[in-house]
Write a protein that binds this ligand. Structure first.
Ligand code: Z5A
Length: 212
């Protein structure tokens, strides 16, 4: 693919949205101007509809099973990958993704307890070997995550989960980041200034090995 796919991962309030702007502005300094930002779940008309099912409490009258949640997330993801991300990468556009497959492994695997191999198998069937070129994992404790998201007001369906749930999600993220050299961890509990500095350092080092 001519473009590159950079993904930002982490708990809610870790600073993913903020960081995607930092990455985009740094790339522009390197002359990379064709950039799009995506979010998951979402990013196509159908995927945005699926997002509302995942985040809204429309299921108050009906329990949404863990497998339903997982399958909806992958349905939204494949719509985005096939219709937006892959075409962009093929034309040479760079893609900055707010969440991707690591989220499903951490939230549905670590948080909901769905078997890791099952998720990987589903992923392989649906997406083959398509993986990001670089993933930045922004690490915060669940306590910091909740502090930052509470400031925003109303919590969505998943944000209402317990501290224990988010502790499991974070622990899973911390295990997953050790499985690939393409995943870099940033301590996102630090000040915005320090986080920005560390993200820039990682991207600059990584760009040295990328053929522009
Ligand atoms: N989900 C899932 O379960 N499985 C999946 O496969 C996928 C998703 C793809 C929606 O995700 C939900 O879907 C999410 C996981 C689930 N639910 N939960 N819980 P989302 O990515 O759309 O929602 P989010 O994670 O809640 O995003 P967010 O709250 O917008 O967080 P963020 O983008 O990481 O943070 P931010 O908007 O950049 O910053 C949040 C606030 O913190 C803001 O006021 C900032 O100014 C502040 N901030 C950021 N960095 C700092 C630092 N360093 N210091 C102080 N304050 C800071």
């Amino acid at each position: 693919m001519k473009g590159k796919f950079i993904v930002i991962e982490g708990l809610e309030g870790a600073g993913k949205t903020t960081s995607s702007y930092i990455v985009a502005s740094l790339l522009r300094k390197y002359g990379i101007n064709n950039i799009i930002c995506t979010r998951e779940p979402g990013g196509t008309p159908l995927a945005e509809k699926l997002r509302t099912i995942i985040t809204n409490d429309i299921t108050q009258k009906e329990h949404i099973t863990h497998y339903t949640e997982l399958l909806i997330l992958y349905a939204a993801r494949i719509q985005l990958v096939e219709n937006v991300i892959k075409p962009a990468l093929m034309r040479g556009t760079w893609v900055i993704g707010d969440r991707h497959t690591l989220s499903s492994q951490a939230y549905q695997g670590g948080g909901r307890g769905i078997n890791h191999d099952f998720i990987l198998h589903l992923q392989q069937e649906i997406m083959g070997n398509f993986i990001p070129d670089l993933t930045l994992y922004l690490d915060v404790t669940p306590e910091i995550s909740l502090q930052r998201t509470k400031k925003r007001g109303q919590l969505d369906r998943i944000e209402k989960e317990s501290l224990y749930f988010f502790t499991c999600v974070r622990n899973y993220y911390l295990t997953l980041v050790q499985t690939s050299n393409n995943i870099k961890t940033v301590d996102a509990s630090q000040s915005q200034e320090k986080v920005t500095h560390n993200i820039k350092k990682i991207i600059q080092q990584w760009l040295q090995h990328v053929h522009l």
